[in-house]
Design a protein around this ligand. Sequence first.
Ligand code: G4P
Length: 524
Amino acid sequence: MTNLKEQIESRRTFAIISHPDAGKTTLTEKLLLFGGAIRDAGTVKGRKTGKYATSDWMEIEKQRGISVTSSVMQFDYNGTRVNILDTPGHQDFSEDTYRTLMAVDSAVMIIDAAKGIEAQTLKLFKVCRMRGIPIFTFINKMDRQGKMPLELLAELEEVLGIESYPMNWPMGMGKDFFGIYDRFYNRIEMFKAEEEQRFIPLNEDGEVEGSHPGMDEVLYEQTLEEVMLLNEAGNEFSREKVLNGELIPVFFGSALTNFGVQTFLDTYLQFAPMPSPRESSAGPIEPVQETFSGFIFKIQANMNPMHRDRIAFFRICSGKFERGMNVTLSRTGKPMKLNNSTQFLAEERNNVSEAVAGDIIGLYDTGTYQIGDTLTSGKEAFSFEKLPQFTPEMFVRVSAKNVLKQKHFHKGINQLVQEGAIQLFKTVGIESYILGAVGQLQFEVFEHRMKNEYNTEVIMERMGDKIARWTTSDKVDEKLSSSRSMLVRDRYDQYAFLFENDFALRWFQEKNPDVELYNPMDQH
Ligand code: G4P
C-alpha cells in the first residue's frame, strides 16, 4: 500500500490546450526532452502528417494498425511521472477532444503572444472551467514581437473571466528579448546566455545587486516598474485558488528556443495536483486503495476496413492495473478479464507494466465499451459521474443511400450515437435525421464506420454551423420552427432549437420570451 501510495502521489496527468499553431507540439516536444522520453527534437512533429493533415486517421490507416502513441505521452521527471494527454485540434477537433479534458487533473494553456486568446483555446478553457481543474498558462513566442504583456494579461482576465498571476514577467520581446524577471524564484533568467550563467539572482527588494553587463538600464527600470505595478495592483498568489481553478499562474517563454520551458515545468509540477478523489454513484472514490477502477473517456475506431478493432482510452481513478485482472463493467454488470491493454509511451508502445491511478491505459475493444463506461475490480459495482454533453456546432442531414437498408441504417446510427461518436436529432413533424458534432472529423468517422461496420452508405447533406439551445418549456410546438430556428428533439426526446446564427437566436428570444433556452455547457 505504501508503495502504491507513493506511485499514485507521483502522478501528474494533464492536457495542453491551445489554438492550432500556438506551439503545442513544440512545447510538448521540449517537455519530453526534459523527461528523456525522446532523444531528438522533431520526433513528435514527425508524427504529425503535416499541419493540415485531414486527420490522425490517415496516419492510422498508413500504419495499418492502431498506433496512437501520441495520444498519451508519459515520462519521468524529478521523481514525478508525467502523463500528457493530447487534445487534437483543427480538423481533428471532436467531442473526444473535450472528453479528454474529463480525464486530466490539470491543464496547460498555451497562448501565442502575438495572437492572444483564440477561438479553440477559449472553447477548451470553458470545458476545463466546467470541471474546476487548475489551469496554467504559458505565453509563447516571446522571441518574436507580440502584444504588450500587460495587454495580454488584461485580455486573459477579460475574455476568460478569471484572475491571473504572472509567475514571471518578460523583459522586452522579439529582437530585444532579454529574458524573464522571475517573481517566483526571485531571479532573472537570461534569454541569450550560457546555460551556467543563465540566472541573475535578485536581492530581497527584487533588484539586481550592482550592475550587470549587457542589461539595458532602461529595460531593467521599466521591468521593475511593471513588476511593482503587478505587486501593488495585481492579484495575490494563492495556492488554494490555483488548485480550485480560480487563479491562473502565467509564465512567459519561447518553446522553440527552449527558453523558460524548464522553469515552467519545475514550477508547474510543484503546484499541479496529483490524482484526486472522483465522484461516483457510491460517493467519492479515493485514488489510493486496493480496488482498481476508472472510466472510458474516448474510443478510437480504426478507419481501416481490414482492422475493425478499436482502442478504448481508460483513465485509472483508483488502485493499480494488473494484466489479466477481473473487473466488472458497471453499465451491464458483466464480468470481464483485462488481458489486452496498451500503455502509451512517446517512442514505443508497450504492454502495461505498471499503471496506477492517474495513468491512462488503452484497452482493445471489439464493441463492448461505450464512452463513459466504468470498470471496477471491487465487489460492489459503481459508476463514475456521467460525462457531460457537449453542445454541437455543426450539423448535417443524414439518410441511407439505399432505402432498402433502413434497418442497418437505424441500427448503425443508434449504436454510434449511444457510443458517443456523434449526436442525433430528429426534426419535428415530418421526421428526418440530423447529426450534430463539434468537429468535422466526427462526421467522417461516422460515415466510415456506417459503411464498414454496418454496411450502409449514407448521404450527408451539410447544414453548416448552428447554435443549438435546449428548452424544457412546454410552450414549444411546430409553429415555432422555421429554417432560421429549427425545432428538433435530441435522443432523449428533449426539445432543442438549431439557430442559424446569433441574430436568429436573439430575435427568437425577443419574440418568445416565455421559451427559456439553455446551453448544456453552461449548466455545470
Ligand atoms: P501547434 O502544435 O500548436 O499547432 O504548434 P507548433 O508547435 O506546430 O508550432 C507552430 C509554429 O510556431 C511552428 O512554426 C513552430 O516552429 C512555431 N513556434 C513554436 N514555438 C515558437 C516560439 O517560441 N517562437 C517562435 N518564433 N516560433 C515558435 P512553423 O514554421 O509553422 O512550422 P515548422 O516549419 O517550424 O515546423
